[in-house]
Design a protein around this ligand. Sequence first.
Ligand SMILES: [Zn+2]
Ligand SMILES: [Zn+2]
Length: 396
Amino acid sequence: MESAALLEAARGIGSRLTAWRRDFHMHPECGMEEHRTAAIVAGHLRALGYEVREGVGGTGVIGLLKGGKSGPVVALRADMDALPIQDAKIVPYASTVPGKMHACGHDGHTAILMGAAVLLAERPSEVAGQVKLLFQPAEEGPGGARPMIEDGALDNPKPQACFSLHLWSDIDTGRAAIRPGPHMAASDTVRLTITGVGGHGASPHTGVDAIAVAGQVICALQNIVSRESDPLDNVVLTLGTIQGGFRSNVIAPEVNMTGTVRTLSASVRDSMEGRIRRVFEGACRMLRAEPRMEYHYGYPVTANDPAMAAFLAGCAAAVLGAGNVDTSPRAVMGGEDFAYIAELVPSAYLRLGASNASKGITVQAHNPGFDIDEDALPLGAAILAYAALRFLREGS
Ligand SMILES: [Zn+2]
Ligand SMILES: [Zn+2]
């Protein structure tokens, strides 16, 4: 069976996958700084015979493999960037860069797609069309998928499908999860400034206390989710920062707050800016303070095309075994800029298990102790390579 042969081949290059991943892990690069990582990827793809384009939308790399037969075009995507987190692990492959770390597994994603590149290049006669590999920068911010698209990543040739995956710390190695439709949230940012009037802390009536107003604003904003939103809609409003005041006996003239807004549908997303503005401005004016609000729209909802999700679930089941793929997991309120690709090309995004309690690998992503079970790397490479080969064959 083709999927079994691919898995065997992927396991055969497992030590290379681990070596690539550990090298990236030791040399993490944050968004739009992925020069070293991108150069390694580009060199690897060139050596395999891919047509390579570098510097796409910043530090992105595209590899194009033209198969032995003509047919459709399928894209596979991985992200390459690290996070500004200090690695706390005591392992030989710990980050060598102070304050930077692959704490989301994108080192593994890059290694997985490099492995899929090997598996595909070794089988030119089975590639019934073209495979486009997208190695994107800056998923953690400021976003790399959109600049790559604006730089033509989805043109010449345009893919008819795109598949991607994320290593997942809530799922055991050997298992995967994928759901049709919305599965990761739109991620928008709000910045709130409350301007009052400063004064002596003993004479509150001479000022307008921005901290007291902030307290009312925070409470009032909670009503948007708890009282205004349909309980069956998914929405998060988190205020993550608050700054204001100088000392204990001074009325604070200004408070600044920032927050994140997460939603899973376009209509709820569209409603949030106006709702927050109405409540924020109303609460400020009620208490004589001046409101100023900025709203920034970030990554949209990441939605799996239902047919592509079913297809990728089938590919994952062929590699991992039937029963190891959950096809109705809950959506998550994290954001993902694969959303921009999925808006333009029928796409599917798989969560691939990389947790292994017996090895002590259970720490969640974005944590200083995060690690992945490297046994997941060949599984990911086999699933992506199999999805590409099968899509080309069945789509042609
Ligand atoms: Zn992340
Ligand atoms: Zn990530």
